[in-house]
Design a binder for this molecule. Structure first.
Ligand SMILES: [Zn+2]
Length: 900
């Protein structure tokens, strides 16, 4: 168990309290605030000029006190409170006192001066605070030299913007008013209802009261925004009124939101139809944020995004266009799961994130079936399985023992594993039944809070299922790990029987205990006799709930011999293994599998390799059949696995040449057929395939042909135009970052200097991303140092830093250089990323490491620094374990197998 991060600081207490404020003997709350003081509503008044360093505010909170007390607890961070008044139910004023008991965690005690009976109180705080520089709370950013102020409250940053009961379980209405310079514009969760002059050069904007919201969904933005008004979203069976829709962006940019505003109505209608519940807020604004910590944030009525997700042009990179739709669908799905129905506490963040991820995929499958969100779900789950195979993995419902657990809960386990598990049980009870359960859940808990039991219960009720079903569902929520289903075919009394057993999947070198049992809905595809002949050219799916260590399944109508794919439609969150003979049979029938099943097959090969059952030669043979698939996701599935073998296992030229040759045979003809420039009218999928192949073949496998083609584009892009600016449009928009990266590797310093000079002059986010990707490809040690130092410069936005720092770690020498740089610049990195990015720091320092020595030095460095930022402890455990597993896997390999 972890230590709580809200310790009682006796010295602070003793120092704060004069005679009128007898120090309470009550300990500061650890974890959650007590439930005997409950906020009923807030009035938030802010005075904000983004050009200033600070803002001021008055927060008025109606609080219901349910026990006699001379104080209450709430949250506040970095607030300088000048005045607190407490008005009792009879209207009598009491001078209150604001005591920051634990400034680091943000826990505050408000003393009343005397004991007050249970009643409704009104607390009012006058305060000032800095406009945050780390993208938290109310923070400051600039675009084209103009300052803006905007908010990011989730998970626990509202306390930086206003004194609050900063927990999701406290939902109340909010009245927001913003006093801002006359020349500026402001937006908030709801529609503006009034504007009034507020003294020379200032005006006050008043916004409609919100429906009940938690503090983390409160949002507003102030600055010279440009606003694009789209047609209202039409009413439908579940919403009587037209819904106003707008795009908000930095000055001069809002016209680039036409594409996303055009996609939004279909997403809203799809969600309303699914839930049978109309979008509940009075308007919908999508805001493109000049700098942002997450990808996007689902604030009720005012959804904020990284700007490149919303600002699209006709030649925007295909990945940005896809990303835009997917992320918009995700954030809008949250308006139901998260905003209308909110988690009670952070251990159930999956109720927000897993459901938004799952629903986003459902909406995308409906509105853009060509995006293949079904395959995204499978690939997402497989990505999560890598992390979930660690002993240090979180469970979906990880208990929260401190702020670090809150900060690290937003990971692949919550999002992708969560979405996959939901999909698995949806498949198990049937799509219509699951929908019925979801509709009941939303209806029953609208504008309230829930826990996992409410959700699982709603589905069980809809499906007419009992405790066994709940137990199975909960087995995936409450324990970490990936079920490993082992299968064995047998003939018994003339029937074909599949013997099943389960354990926890653990890679080679893991210290974990493999004994673990889930309720796994196992679905198996197997070959059947067609036309009365045992040719196994058709197939059938059979399902069974495996909730014991072992089980079996009769494969009715199986051909003799047959073949099995133990995860039919890749619908299950589990890995499987087959005997060598059965694996060979499956490889032979790989062409009969669906696209999703081919991805599950690729994962099984990867899992077998990491488990120590298959070597590099086996992998090369088993993955070959996938490379010819017409489906991008399937065809490129082997690249990651081969990349590992190339990077960590191939030690001599001949081995590398063999791998590069394999990749060249498999992919180069396809890439050359696509060409290195987007063709008029080509599909987004072709653009994405071009970019994936070019990047992997040029950087991971160093194919000279591909590097030469990219270099040509990179050189053209680096050639200054008449105005001295680089000609970034000269490269294909999907290949810009790769083209610049090859130029950086080949030209060295002139290219690096030119890109560093260009970045501050470039406001377009897609171009900035291209420049950053180019710089991050640097290999020369001195230039690498230059690029890393540049990452700490204010010309690089806080949200962009990681792009420059996560690459350049393919070899042990490069990783040593990164380590030296990281440890030397640790204070600056910590200061720039803030107190909340702790979970990421160990990976930033040592991710990609593959030796015991790297794991040891990481441990030694961070052990005394666990309290520097929330989340370091978990980040350290996971990064250290990943490095040790890589080292064990590498030690097991015989590189000669590559040449077999
Ligand atoms: Zn989300």
């Amino acid at each position: 168990m972890r230590r709580f991060v809200r310790p009682l600081l006796l010295t602070a207490l003793a120092a704060c309290c004069g005679a009128a404020f007898a120090a309470t003997t009550e300990q500061a709350p650890q974890g959650r605030l007590p439930r005997w003081a409950v906020p009923q509503s807030y009035q938030l008044a802010f005075k904000v000029d983004p050009a200033q360093q600070d803002f001021s505010g008055t927060t008025t909170i109606k609080v219901r006190l349910t026990q006699a007390s001379d104080h209450l607890w709430l949250d506040g961070s970095e607030l300088t409170v000048s005045k607190v008044t407490v008005t009792d139910a009879a209207g009598k004023l009491h001078a209150g006192k604001y005591v920051a008991v634990d400034p680091k965690a943000g826990v505050v005690r408000v003393d009343f001066g005397s004991t007050l009976k249970p009643q409704d109180l009104t607390l009012s705080f006058d305060y000032t605070a800095p406009l945050n520089a780390q993208l938290q709370g109310l923070y400051k950013v600039s675009a084209r030299g103009q300052p803006y102020a905007m908010t990011q409250m989730e998970p626990i940053s509202a306390r930086f913007a206003f004194p609050s009961f900063d927990e999701p379980g406290f939902k109340t209405p909010f009245d927001i008013s913003l006093t801002i310079p006359d020349s500026q514009t402001a937006v908030a969760n709801t529609q503006q209802v009034k504007e009034a002059p507020a003294g020379k050069g200032w005006k006050t904007l008043i916004f409609a009261q919100t429906l009940p919201l938690p503090t983390y969904l409160v949002a507003f933005g102030v600055g010279p925004w440009s606003i694009a008004t789209a047609p209202d979203i039409s009413p439908d069976a579940y919403r009587a009124k037209p819904l106003p829709l707008r795009g908000i962006a930095a000055a001069g940019e809002a016209h680039r939101m036409r594409h996303v505003l055009g996609e939004t109505p279909s997403i809203i209608h799809a969600l309303e139809n699914y839930y049978g519940f109309g979008y509940p807020w009075d308007k919908l604004d999508l805001l493109a944020a000049p700098d942002f910590s997450a990808g996007a944030m689902e604030n009720a009525g005012l959804v904020t995004f990284r700007d490149w997700l919303l600002l699209l042009d006709k030649d925007s990179p295909a990945r940005n266009v896809r990303g835009s739709f997917n992320v918009t669908a995700h954030e809008l799905a949250h308006q139901w799961t998260g905003d209308t129905v909110t988690l009670e506490w952070w251990n159930d963040i999956w109720l927000n994130e897993a459901f938004a991820t799952w629903m986003q995929q459902k909406v995308t499958m409906q509105v853009h079936p060509e995006y293949r969100a079904d395959l995204d779900r499978v690939r997402g789950a497989q990505g999560a399985m890598t992390n979930d195979s660690l002993v240090s993995a979180r469970s979906i419902r990880q208990p929260i023992t401190g702020n670090g657990d809150i900060m690290t809960a937003f990971d692949g386990i919550t999002y992708q594993k969560g979405a996959s598990v939901i999909g698995m049980f949806e498949n198990y009870v049937g799509e219509k039944t699951f929908q019925k359960g979801m509709r009941a859940y939303i209806q029953q808990h609208k504008f309230g809070n829930t826990t996992a039991a409410d959700l699982v219960g709603a589905i069980a009720t809809a499906a007419g299922k009992g405790e066994a079903f709940k137990h199975a569902f909960n087995s995936f929520l409450d324990q970490s790990g990936v079920p490993y289903v082992q299968t064995k075919l047998e003939q018994k009394d003339g029937k074909t029987v599949l013997q099943l057993s389960q354990s926890r999947y653990l890679p080679l070198g893991s210290s974990g205990d493999a004994q673990r049992i889930w309720g796994v809905p196992v679905c198996v595809r197997y070959g059947t006799a067609a036309n009365g002949k045992d040719n196994a050219q058709s197939s059938k799916v059979s399902c069974e709930m495996l909730d014991q260590a072992t089980g079996s399944m009769v494969l009715a109508g199986a051909s003799k011999p047959t073949w099995v794919m133990p995860n039919a439609n890749a619908g299950g969150y589990y890995r499987f293994s087959l005997g060598k003979h059965e694996l060979a049979d499956l490889t032979a029938h790989a062409g009969m599998l669906s696209d999703a099943e081919q991805l599950a097959y690729a994962d099984a090969i990867n899992a077998g390799f990491r488990h120590g059952d298959l070597d590099a030669g086996d992998v090369l043979a088993a993955l070959k059949p996938l490379t010819g698939s017409k489906i991008r996701e399937v065809a490129t599935a082997p690249l990651g696995q081969l990349g590992w073998i190339y990077q960590y296992e191939a030690t001599i030229g001949a081995q590398r040449a063999r791998l590069a040759g394999w990749v060249k045979d498999a992919y180069l003809p396809r890439l050359e057929q696509l060409g290195y420039q987007r063709k008029a009218g080509e599909s987004e999928d072709d653009s994405l395939l071009r970019s994936t192949l070019a990047s992997s073949l040029a950087f991971d496998f160093k194919l000279p042909e591909v590097r030469a083609a990219l270099l040509k584009q990179g050189e053209a892009a680096l050639k200054p135009k008449a105005d001295g600016r680089l000609d970034l449009d000269a490269a294909d928009p999907d290949l810009l970052g790769d083209a610049l990266g090859i130029a950086v590797q080949e030209q060295g310093k002139p290219a690096v200097d030119a890109l560093i000079a260009e970045l501050p002059k470039t406001s377009d986010a897609a171009l900035r991303n291209g420049i950053l990707a180019g710089l991050s490809s640097v290999e020369d040690p001195a230039l690498t140092e230059q690029v890393r130092n540049f990452a700490l410069d204010k010309q690089v936005k806080v949200g962009e830093m990681a792009m420059l720092l996560m690459s350049g770690r393919d070899t042990a020498v490069q990783r040593d250089a990164m380590w030296q740089w990281f440890t030397a610049h640790y204070p600056q990195i910590l200061a720039r990323t803030g107190s909340f990015a702790g979970g990421f720091l160990p990976r930033l320092a040592a991710g990609g490491g593959c030796s015991q020595a790297e794991a040891d030095r990481l441990q030694a460095f961070f052990k005394p620094r666990l309290n520097d930022a929330a989340g370091i402890e978990r980040g350290l455990a996971q990064t250290g374990e990943s490095i040790r597993l890589c080292s064990a896997l590498k030690a097991k390999q015989d590189p000669a197998a590559i040449l077999r």
